[in-house]
Design a protein around this ligand. Structure first.
Ligand code: G3P
Ligand code: MG
Length: 380
């Protein structure tokens, strides 16, 4: 069911590249951590796989819950590491969708997570005009976190003055946060939890204040986050991910669960009718897959144009290592374009060979090369 001219057989040694006269009706979406890389180290057959697909003009994108750098920086780094030329048109990472959140571009936003203040820089490159970090708050008010003396040295090189003071006696001129975005895994769960808690329990995001409504039984959700407190966005739900260590590591989802625990202790939490209002993006959530499919279709159009040909995209093989994000997302995604998403689980990351994955993939394979060879064989 792919175009007749697509006769190239997929052998264990890729057949010599040939000029594609038409583009197959299938494509790939590859997860990164645990599929192509383990932290910064390429997995053994990642280069061979992506190079083969490019030689056959089979389109693919990289779809990761990772982040922390601008897309252009991350994709040129990946091109170097994998020795495969790629560009931002074939790349979607956890916070990429934040770039389209224009409502907050002229407001004061707090960006949490990532190395030093790289995520602030990304937010500014996305067009956010006033971006502060928990490190900025700590540098300006060391007493906001009782143990700051030991950790201030880490922050001193990349903090900036706050755009307004924290002065609860003058709420109208005190620093006001309009939205909180967790871009990447926090490096200091303690400080970041403290600062986020301060904002969420404040009066309308005004730092240094405490909302009198919080705990009011007459209010829905007992007033918590009903006093106009700013929205909280997470870019990545992953509780676990495949880093260098041989066992999966806690990801941004681990931080969120810890924050939820503190929230419950402070407010009574969900069993007391007080949910933590948040928006969690990233795989397996639909907006991320919709965003990725649009980018894949656009990238594929570019390849079609190069060959002055057309063909419809009918299937996308979602190759991942994490059943909770890659497989659940691939299985659950109902494409508005009618494209069939087929999930393929590899054994080089979070998923442990022989265990029963929480979300059943179409196929379980060894590594990314096996995933592509299985998929191409389905297309014969
Ligand atoms: O922080 C990265 C981790 O959550 C997993 O990334 O590439 O496996 O979606 P990835
Ligand atoms: Mg992964």
């Amino acid at each position: 069911n792919c175009s007749p001219s697509f006769k190239r057989s997929f052998q264990t040694e890729a057949t010599p590249p040939s000029s594609a006269t038409s583009i197959p009706e299938f494509a790939f979406a590859f997860d990164i951590d645990g599929v192509l890389l383990r932290s910064s180290d390429p997995l053994p057959r990642a280069h061979k796989t992506l190079s083969y697909l490019q030689s056959q003009d089979i389109p693919f994108i990289l779809l990761t819950n990772g982040g922390g750098k601008h897309e252009s920086e991350r994709v040129s780094e990946l091109s170097r590491k994998l020795s495969v030329p790629m560009d931002t048109s074939m790349f979607v990472q956890s916070h990429t969708p934040f770039a389209d959140m224009h409502t907050y571009k002229d407001k004061t936003v707090m960006v949490v997570g990532g190395d030093s203040d790289k995520c602030r820089v990304v937010a500014e490159q996305y067009g956010f005009k006033t971006v502060i970090t928990p490190g900025d708050v700590l540098a300006a008010y060391p007493d906001i976190w009782p143990f700051s003396q030991q950790i201030l040295p880490y922050y001193k090189d990349f903090t900036r003055p706050l755009p307004a003071p924290i002065d609860p006696s003058s709420p109208s001129t005190s620093l006001k946060i309009d939205a909180i975005f967790v871009y990447n895994d926090p490096r200091d769960w303690g400080l970041d939890t403290q600062i986020i808690k301060d904002v969420l329990l404040s009066q309308q995001g005004i730092m240094g204040t405490l909302s009198s409504k919080n705990g009011d039984p007459n209010l829905p959700n007992k007033g918590y986050q009903q006093d106009g407190q700013p929205p909280l966005y997470f870019s990545n739900p992953d509780l676990l991910w495949a880093a260098k260590y041989h066992l999966p590591r806690l990801g941004q989802g681990g931080f969120r669960e810890a924050l939820e625990g503190v929230w419950a202790a402070l407010t009574g939490g969900p069993q007391n009718g007080v949910e933590l209002h948040k928006t969690v993006m990233g795989k397996p959530h639909r907006p991320t897959y919709e965003f990725a499919e649009k980018r894949l279709v656009a990238h594929r159009e570019h390849i079609l144009a190069k060959h002055a040909t057309t063909s419809e995209l009918k299937r996308v093989y979602m190759v991942g290592d994490n059943p909770e994000s890659d497989i659940a997302g691939g299985n659950g995604y109902e494409s508005p374009l009618g494209t069939d998403w087929v999930s393929v689980l590899v054994q080089t990351g979070v998923y442990v060979e022989g265990s029963t994955p929480a979300h059943r993939p179409r196929q379980i394979v060894g590594d990314v090369w096996d995933a592509v060879s299985w998929a191409v064989a389905q297309e014969k």
